[in-house]
Design a protein around this ligand. Sequence first.
Ligand code: ATP
Ligand code: MG
Length: 449
Amino acid sequence: MKLGTRIQLSITGLIVFLLLTANTAIYLLFESRSISSEQDRLIGIAETVIKKLNSREDQTTEQVLQAYLISNGLIRIVLEDGTPVDQVSTDKDFFFIQTAFKDDQFEQVITFRDARFAVISVPVIGDDGAVINLQIVENIDRLYETIDDLKWVLIVTSIVLAFVLFLVSWFLGKWISRPIQELTYTMKTIEENESYERIDVKKETKDELTILASTFNRMIDRLEASYLKQEQFVSDASHELKTPLTVIFSYIKLLRRWGTTRPDVMEEALSAIESESSRMRYLTEQLLQLAVSEELIENERGKMNISPLVEQTVKRLRVMYENDIQYTIQRPVIMADVHEQSFVQLLIILLDNARKYSDDVIHVSLNQDHEVIQLQVKDYGIGIPKEAQPYIFDRFYRVDKVRGRKTGGSGLGLSIAKRIAEQHGGMIKMSSMEKEGSVFTVLLPKSEA
Ligand SMILES: Nc1ncnc2c1ncn2[C@@H]1O[C@H](COP(=O)(O)OP(=O)(O)OP(=O)(O)O)[C@@H](O)[C@H]1O
Ligand SMILES: [Mg+2]
């Protein structure tokens, strides 16, 4: 069921129920009040009649009763066995109305030949000392007509009110559910068009729907960003993988043609295939690194002393590098909240670049001032041209493709380093001068010991 319809039906249902209850109560109260006040009036008459009967001089009982006869009814005196002795009436038919005898006063409403009558009975001591009943019976059809009028007024107003409410709640339902419908419509459009549309958020209202819409917009922002990133990544990756594959493919064709007869061609082809496939392996490893989820790093992070970590890494790489690596570590204990492997990888990426793009000594330093930890890798190599500097942290970006090829990189190192720094709540900076060298600085928040 639609939200609007649900609102409409529940409001109408509730109000109709309240109306019915209130109107039934009004009706019943009015009916019983009207009848009992009529009966009170009749009892008043009966008491006057009794007084008159006791103080009469030469009037007969019937004459007294006649004097107090009401406009549409009868007055009678009933003996203990139920037989009326004296009675006067405005209509002879009323004599056939049966009434009971009781020792106590009583009031009731009876039906006689489709007409309704109010009956009151007051016990009196008769002339002979026995208890008799003085009873007045009055036709109250007129009274019931008024009660019926009220009934119809209540029924008609209830129906009119229910109808009006039905319409009002229909508008209300529409009004409340319209923003939701708009929201749903936009979401559907986005789904169908596979586009990234945003919902118009009205600034002045701060209700739940606005919050929902803003949340949705933020979600779309993130989706779009991650989609664009992914798209970029896939196109970059396939582009990068295509080149070695094309090379391998051409050399295989060459092998098929000349392989058996020309050993020099076979040698060249095999070594080219070997180097291209090792490049591809390196590339895919790097790509997998980039795909490591942030949660993994987040969960496996821990407080540790990174001074020995830096020292060990530098010593390990020194053996493999042709360049000399110098290091200064400010304190033996520098605590940081890091994912060990990623942190070491970050340092290796920077050292690897310094090695590839310089022939001179490399300086590594680790410092800590009151708030941040600074890890710096400095080289005196070829440097990075000014115009290339904004892009070196982008995936697959390499300053000079030809020069890059010789050093065999994929252009992913610095983008991985940047990501690692950011995952640790830090950042990476660079300053470089062409032909003079480069400095890469990683800033990390420090952790209490
Ligand atoms: N220390 C440096 N000196 C000079 N140029 C650098 C230095 N570090 C990075 N670059 C330039 O920035 C580019 C991007 O570096 P990045 O580490 O991302 O990729 P790569 O070293 O080419 O390949 P990979 O690290 O993935 O093997 C490099 O191609 C190089 O041109
Ligand atoms: Mg690199």
